[in-house]
Design a protein around this ligand. Structure first.
Ligand SMILES: CCCCCCCCCCCC(=O)SCCNC(=O)CCNC(=O)[C@H](O)C(C)(C)COP(=O)(O)OP(=O)(O)OC[C@H]1O[C@@H](n2cnc3c(N)ncnc32)[C@H](O)[C@@H]1OP(=O)(O)O
Length: 181
């Protein structure tokens, strides 16, 4: 992380502390309410440049026997870190780099709480970090951090999605999306 980062003021569009942070896109796999196979994560604004997120670990998120798939957990962190960028960016961001440390197994049936914060920004780059705790479920302990993450997000313009925006319901000539099978 660069040592010349700044911590901007929150943007006016970011909700007040304790208020829901709305989905950024209804079809988003992480937070969208029109993504039936998605994760339906919800978010609340924190006191500063931070958000709280919630994920119910459904049985279909299974990786190893009885535990969450690491890719699902990575997706949840991606979403939480992207969401906190909204505290300082009034426009779209995309993930440039994402890293995860998996500290404890997370059983299916858990409810995970994410706390994500802005570490700083410079030019188009926003650095954020987060941790996750199990707050409900068989091994719930709000004092134990079960995973941590850091990410770099880049602000982009609407033009970034220009070539893909017509594919929101799938690629028409390819009924199974972009797969060749
Ligand atoms: C409505 C609200 C929604 C907000 C809420 C959003 C929540 C969404 C949550 C899900 C988000 C996703 O999963 S998004 C999907 C996954 N991500 C993607 O598809 C992105 C694919 N990658 C790209 O399109 C591109 O590589 C970009 C846009 C990330 C960067 O390309 P670019 O725009 O040409 O930028 P570029 O000039 O290369 O780099 C700009 C600066 O960033 C640095 N940089 C770029 N990439 C990296 C990198 N991986 N690691 C380190 N540094 C990097 C460069 O060194 C440079 O630093 P310097 O010279 O300034 O020092």
């Amino acid at each position: 992380m660069p040592d010349d980062l700044t911590l901007p003021e929150p943007v006016g569009s970011f909700p007040a502390a304790g208020q829901p942070v709305p989905q950024h896109w209804s079809r988003c796999f992480g937070c969208g309410d029109q993504s039936p196979a998605g994760m339906s994560m919800s978010f609340t604004a924190g006191e500063g440049l931070d958000v709280w997120g919630r994920l119910e670990v459904a049985p279909r998120y299974q990786g190893g026997p009885g535990v969450i798939h690491g890719g699902i957990l990575s997706t949840a962190f991606d979403e939480a870190l992207g969401m906190v960028c909204r505290s300082i960016v009034d426009g779209p961001v995309v993930t440039g780099h994402l890293e995860i440390d998996f500290a404890r197994p997370i059983p299916l049936g858990s409810v995970l709480e994410f706390h994500a914060r802005i570490d700083g920004s410079i030019r188009r780059k926003v650095y954020a970090s987060a941790e996750a705790r199990i707050v409900e479920g068989p091994t719930a302990d709000p004092d134990v951090v079960v995973a941590t993450s850091r990410g770099l997000f880049l602000t982009v313009t609407a033009e970034h999605f220009e070539k893909t925006k017509d594919f929101v319901d799938g690629v028409p000539e390819r009924p199974f999306g972009t797969s060749s099978i």
